[in-house]
Design a protein around this ligand. Structure first.
Ligand SMILES: *Cc1c(COP(=O)(O)O)cnc(C)c1O
Length: 359
């Protein structure tokens, strides 16, 4: 089997990992209580802060993103949360609330739609809760929600924490935990950060930390209080995925070389815009409306008689990978994960092939 060239793997996670990042993982092991580990964690801390636009410590966990979703729920919800559900990942967030023994009130909107700030205000007036769970970029439908607006509404109410899954937004489009007042925002390594899977990053507000201290069932692996304390000392809580930390270190340096997080956002915005122009020219419809489209994953509707399965396998034959739809939209939509280290140039080639298959 020949390995295809970098830049053709447009799955909406895991996404393509640059050869330089893969190579970084071949370095020998270091002890997790060694001074080398401390130096590594101390070295990445300022770059992580710049990446996450956060003044508070960025937690790095050895877990897939769902682990930090669990951390959010166990440390951020006292009794009852309102879960905004507009797709598969926001549904998972809601299920996790119940699985952790908390009450969950759902606010559902149809697939392809976003929960708008006014809807949240109405729901919070009707139902007192102590936290809201929200997915910023709903990868199953390609919808980008107005998290800044939603968080501002939550702030109108007393003591409502905002817990944000930023898995396919952070590192690909603006996420501003400090400026927007997010109480916990998290991502996973294999999406817009373009690392192999296995790490999660997260930032908690002071309010979240104070609340966590009052909650008895935080568990051990995802105890926010202990996690923050260790992070401040540049210590891992347990044995971390050392090789992935090497990859993270390398990727943060690459992001800096590109011109920092804002340059990375601009590249993702350009990719989103390229798909938009292409889809208009081709008469291919997006699932989400304009203004609510993710910068990292484009979800396109197929016409009657077209099948996602056929389109995906047609591209596969040419050596390219995209995602089919998710759940109920499996065969009626396709998803292009233009995130991480992808460029407008390779996206252009992909769209040319896709155009041929859809015509
Ligand atoms: C991929 C994804 C997740 C789940 O991530 P895992 O790393 O598989 O746990 C959660 N939320 C969103 C929005 C995602 O795209």
């Amino acid at each position: 089997m020949t390995t295809p060239a970098f830049g053709r793997f447009f799955l909406p996670g895991p996404t393509d990992v640059h050869p330089e990042v893969l190579a970084a993982m071949q370095r020998p092991m270091i002890g997790h209580r060694s001074s080398a580990m401390e130096a590594l964690l101390q070295g990445v801390a300022p770059r992580l802060a710049a990446l996450c636009r956060a003044s508070r410590p960025v937690l790095v966990g050895t877990t897939s993103a769902t682990g930090f979703m669990e951390l959010a729920v166990r440390n951020g919800i006292r009794r009852r949360a309102l879960s905004l559900v507009n797709g598969a990942f926001s549904e998972r967030f809601a299920k996790l609330v119940r699985a952790a023994g908390k009450e969950c009130v759902r606010l559902d909107v149809p697939l392809g739609c976003a929960v708008e700030p006014d809807m949240l205000r109405d729901a919070l007036r009707r139902t007192p809760v102590d936290a809201v769970t929200v997915v910023h970029s709903e990868t199953s439908t390609g919808v980008l929600q107005d998290v800044a607006g939603l968080a501002a509404v939550a702030r109108e109410f007393d003591d409502v924490l905002v817990l944000v899954d930023a898995v396919t937004s952070l590192a690909g489009s603006p996420v501003e935990p400090d400026a927007w007042g997010l109480d916990f925002a998290f991502t996973g390594s294999q999406k817009a950060l373009a690392l192999p899977p296995g790490l999660a990053l997260g930032v908690a507000s002071q309010r979240m930390l104070e609340r966590a201290k009052t909650l008895p069932d935080r568990g051990l692996y995802f105890d926010l209080v202990a996690f923050e304390e260790a992070t401040r000392k540049f210590q891992p809580t347990n044995t971390p995925a050392v090789s992935l930390l090497y990859a993270l270190e390398t990727q943060l340096a690459r992001i800096e070389r590109e011109g920092g997080i804002e340059a990375r956002w601009r590249r993702h915005d350009a990719m989103r815009q390229r798909v938009e122009t292409w889809s208009e020219e081709r008469g291919v419809a997006f699932l989400p409306r304009e203004g609510r489209r993710s910068w990292t994953v484009s979800c396109l509707k197929l016409r009657e008689g077209q099948s996602a399965k056929a389109v995906v396998s047609g591209l596969k034959e040419e050596g390219w990978t995209i995602g089919s739809g998710y759940g109920a939209l499996k065969d009626s939509t396709i998803r292009i994960g233009h995130m991480g280290d992808h460029t407008v140039g390779t996206l252009e080639q992909l769209l040319a092939l896709l155009g041929g298959l859809l015509s």
